[in-house]
Design a protein around this ligand. Structure first.
Ligand code: ASP
Ligand code: MG
Length: 441
């Protein structure tokens, strides 16, 4: 059977020859995050999780992150010697920060060897996992799934270094953005047509909201890809946003599990395609919270066609993520304001980019505010329930919390409020939507 797969770029394809496994064998991708491989005892624990799959006669490809804290440390070293503005500098950054995964993939392969398995590590370039040249947040172009499957003929298990690939033209290592080993794992699962992609982390699934904010948060047994995408984008840290988009586009069955608990059929959270798979209808699935955004406002620009296109075109060229865009024309119709948010990691670049086109767009003032929290209520149930937004605004009003900005999609309502009220708002809303009652998934 020959499958064409298209990853993050449309023109990419790769040929995968599906192997003839016996019918009880599953092809499993297991991904372990930074805390799961945080020290040697934990790497040994991960090896036992791999063994559990191998004992079931499953075929296993493992993907690992760097030990927790290591990538931060490496990024910090880079920042100490460079402002990391040029492409050349970012290529070097990629070479440096990708090293954390090289260490953990090697260590896990070594431990598996000690247990008697034939195991090896694989770096991005050895597969190869090819990317574009957008260093520090490269996109995957293709993966040689055939190579990975063939390597399972010679090895019991292979351990892939997540987060990294190779940009072929310049023959340089590229990384996939922070949290990118989730995307490595899902892309590999798509490329080899894995039966399941298990993402092992330090929490045992996706919750209705961050359990650190309220102990009334509940684990969701299932969420749809769309909901998970909105949650990841709006601040839930469990999965990298791009990995969810990739899973959705390629129909990869993804499960989020804890590395530190026994796994059973009831464990974790499974991403599903279809709301029908979720037995009980619910209005709201979860509440996301982010306090890492900056609000940018361009005040009083002459109102004529093309100004917004110029602003957002310039920001897109720099790969800056924009959210919550609001534009308003003045009453006399001569000028307009634009407000939007960016992640604080993109803020400096966004500011520089806007200032560099100041002569063209002629704003009177450029304002910034990082004292904000973004709260989003998310759920596909919203499509068939009314009053979701009203409940949100009423709940905030009851606590005298002022709303600075509102934006909506089919399955999400987001507001910006002052940072100091963020956690209170999450707790109030979690209660108001009945998420901490006895509602089942
Ligand atoms: N080690 C990388 C990071 O910390 C990639 C990952 O863990 O997913 O961002
Ligand atoms: Mg991660």
């Amino acid at each position: 059977m020959i499958n064409q797969i298209v990853l993050e770029k449309n023109f990419i394809s790769c040929i995968v020859i599906a192997p003839f496994f016996n019918k009880f064998t599953m092809l499993v991708v297991q991904k372990f995050g930074g805390t799961s491989v945080g020290d040697i005892p934990r790497i040994k624990n991960v090896a036992r999780k791999v063994k559990a799959e191998l004992d079931k006669k499953n075929k296993v490809i493992v993907v690992v992150s760097a030990m927790s804290g290591v990538t931060n440390q490496l990024v910090d070293y880079c920042n100490q010697v460079s402002s990391l503005i040029s492409e050349e500098a970012l290529a070097e950054y990629d070479s440096i920060v990708s090293s954390g995964e090289q260490v953990t993939s090697g260590l896990l392969a070594l431990e598996l060897q000690s247990m008697g398995y034939k195991a090896r590590s694989l770096l991005g370039w050895q597969i190869p996992l090819k990317t574009d040249n957008s260093h520090s947040k490269a996109r995957i172009e293709s993966i040689d799934g055939d190579f990975l499957l063939k390597s399972l003929d010679s090895y019991d298990v292979v351990v892939v270094a997540g987060f990294q690939g190779i940009e072929e033209e310049s023959n340089r290592i590229a990384t996939l953005g922070r949290g990118g080993s989730d995307t490595s794992a899902v892309a590999i699962a798509a490329a080899v047509k894995a039966d399941i992609c298990d993402i092992y982390t330090d929490v045992n699934g996706v919750y209705t909201t961050d359990p650190r904010i309220t102990d009334k948060a509940r684990r969701l047994k299932k969420v749809t890809y769309e909901e998970m995408l909105e949650m990841a984008y709006s601040g839930s840290k469990v999965l990298q946003t791009r990995s969810v988009a990739m899973a959705m586009n390629h129909n990869v069955r993804v499960r989020v599990l804890s590395t530190f608990e026994e796994v059973s059929d009831a464990s974790g959270t499974t991403l599903v395609n279809n709301i029908e798979e979720i037995m009980e209808r619910r209005m709201i699935t979860g509440i996301s919270y982010s306090k890492n955004d900056v609000r940018i406002t361009l005040v009083k620009m002459p109102d004529h066609p093309g100004v917004s296109a110029r602003i957002f075109g310039a920001l897109a060229d720099k790969d800056i993520n924009i959210d919550m865009i609001v534009q308003n024309v003045s009453q006399d119709g001569n000028s307009f304001d634009i407000t939007f948010t960016v992640p604080n990691t993109d803020f400096e670049m966004a500011k520089m980019t806007i200032e560099s086109i100041a002569d063209e767009i002629k704003y009177e003032k450029l304002l910034f505010d990082d004292n904000i929290a973004k709260i989003s209520v998310i759920g596909v149930g919203m499509i068939s329930h009314s009053g979701v937004a009203h409940t949100m605004f009423k709940t905030l009003a009851e606590k005298n919390i002022n709303i600075l900005l509102i934006s909506t999609s089919e399955i999400k309502v987001s507001v910006l409020i002052a940072k100091e009220y963020g956690e209170l708002a999450v707790r109030m809303l979690h209660d108001a939507y009945g998420l901490n009652a006895k509602n089942k998934d």
